[in-house]
Design a protein around this ligand. Structure first.
Ligand code: CTP
Length: 414
């Protein structure tokens, strides 16, 4: 496999120093890193130290005529597989959203046709400001991918909230995921398999609030659902991914709706219909807390633990698969079980009115929950197929190929 190349644009924030570690980690993974620094970034780290780690010259000024002659901003973009902006400041996001091109970094970003992954880092109040929210929403709808920001203590004293640059290793994983999505440029046949179709996918866990700071959740990572969304996009489909809270980057070429709770997931799914195929991978919480507390619950001495009243969440898969008006042609559910995997999956297929159930054993000893590999059984009306253990990306690819085959055959027959 040829070396992958990142163009890293370092913005001017206190988190810029973390890019030194980022460059080192990426190079350890065999990824070549070329760097553009904004003027403000140079106040935080020097081009000299960045260049020493990237083992390449560092690009800093749009109007350096030599650069323009030897290697212009178009070439910087052309020679990269992915552009990463980290830390992306509020100012840089605003310039990107507005289409500015008044320095090398923004010129590259405006001129590029490569995927762009942005890791914001700024003061929480700047992140929560309506202007930044507006710019972020605009960039997302322009197809820019976001990772973070994380929530926590800021470098400034007494500041906490959303705005920290994600951990370097998380950023490395998001970059690798973006590169992996490009790794399999689908063959002509594959890329047209689902052309003109709409595929709707749910992924990740849901968080059900107990009070403003506590919630009920589960261990789903969203890896399998996100991989299916990426595979469907590679197969040429229009893809909508309704994702619960996960720490994965949005897949390339996919419209992502971010939700927290099961009720929000249901609303987002309904709003995204009609679809030709729906794949329900999300580990939706079965219960939510009835009337979650509007303010943080406090321990009252001697009162003992609070009693939580739980109510059942609506079953999204069952509701959509049983819809008379908007049932997708092919409805696929998942069943994560710890015993009698196929037995429960068969029952779920019938009781939820799904066409197929992808069942897997998620006992802790399998390492499937949160891991990168999966061993599934495909339960259909005509029987059970046991698939060998493979990467979650490969399960996704195979499932999408099967779904496309099924849909195309059904269409020919009817
Ligand atoms: N599912 C859903 N909405 C729910 C619960 C589950 O859409 N409220 C979907 C999941 O996305 C999955 C399938 O239903 O595709 C099976 O989920 P699972 O949690 O295994 O099923 P449950 O009905 O919750 O059964 P269990 O008693 O095993 O938890």
């Amino acid at each position: 496999m040829s070396t992958k190349r990142i163009l890293l644009i370092i913005g001017g924030g206190i988190a810029a120093y973390k890019c030194l570690d980022l460059i080192r980690r990426l190079r350890e993974q065999g990824i070549a890193v070329r760097v553009v620094m904004t003027k403000a970034a140079q106040e935080f780290v020097t081009p000299l130290s960045v260049g020493a780690l990237s083992n390449d010259r560092v690009f800093i000024d749009l109007f350096d005529l030599n650069d323009e002659r030897e290697i212009g901003h178009i070439r910087l973009s052309r020679e990269a597989d992915l552009i990463v902006v980290a830390p992306a400041t509020a100012d840089l996001l605003a310039k990107m959203a507005g289409g500015h091109a008044n320095d090398l970094a923004t010129s590259v970003l405006l001129a590029t046709d490569k995927p762009v992954l942005v890791a914001p880092a700024m003061n929480p109040r700047m992140w929560l400001n309506p202007a930044t929210r507006r710019n972020t929403a605009q960039l997302k709808s322009d197809g820019i991918h976001f990772i973070g920001p994380a929530t926590g203590e800021m470098a400034e004293a007494n500041e906490a909230g959303p705005g920290r640059l994600v951990e370097v290793l998380e950023l490395v994983a998001a970059i690798e995921a973006q590169l992996a999505a490009q790794r399999k440029p689908a063959a002509a046949v594959t890329s047209s398999l689902l052309a003109g179709r709409h595929v709707l996918i749910t992924s990740g866990p849901t968080h059900e609030p107990i009070d403003p700071v506590r919630y009920i959740a589960n261990r789903s990572s969203g890896k399998q659902g996100h991989a299916i969304a990426a595979a469907a996009a590679r197969a040429g489909a229009r893809v909508t991914l309704v994702s619960g809270p996960v720490s994965l980057a949005d897949p390339v070429g996919v419209a992502v709706l971010h939700v927290e709770t099961a009720a929000q997931m249901m609303d987002a799914v309904r709003e995204s219909l009609p679809a030709d195929i729906a794949v329900f991978t999300a580990a939706v919480a079965d219960w939510r807390v009835a009337g979650s507390a509007p303010s943080k619950m406090k321990k009252a001495r001697g009162a003992g633990p609070p009693k939580l009243d739980l109510v059942e969440n609506d079953d999204i898969l069952r509701a959509i698969a049983s819809s008379r008006t908007s049932r997708p042609n092919l409805v696929i559910g998942f069943a994560a079980e710890t015993d009698d995997v196929v037995g429960y999956a068969r029952k779920k297929r019938k009781s939820k009115n799904a066409d197929w159930i992808v069942a897997n054993d998620v006992s802790p000893s399998t390492g499937i929950m949160g891991g990168d590999r999966n061993r599934v059984h495909l339960v259909t009306a005509s029987g059970v197929e046991d698939w060998p253990e493979m990467a979650k990306d490969d399960v996704a690819e195979r499932l999408i190929a099967r779904a496309a085959q099924h849909l195309n055959r059904t269409w020919v027959e009817t």
